[in-house]
Design a protein around this ligand. Structure first.
Ligand SMILES: [Zn+2]
Length: 54
């Protein structure tokens, strides 16, 4: 997945690329001041396991 830097207002799950509505996100994580939203807990875990690969 490419960096979602230009898509800050469109919340994209950085693991699988799905659009995520933050009001209904199943999981989120913060890293270096940025908040990332995920479609599911499994994506969050994958991100947290290896955030530098995203
Ligand atoms: Zn996902």
């Amino acid at each position: 997945m490419k960096s979602p830097e230009n898509l800050k207002n469109n919340l994209i799950d950085p693991v699988c690329g799905m659009a995520v509505d933050p009001k209904h996100a199943n999981a989120f994580a913060t890293l270096e001041g940025s908040t990332y939203y995920f479609c599911a807990e499994g994506c969050r875990k994958a991100f947290e396991a290896n955030p530098e690969s995203i």
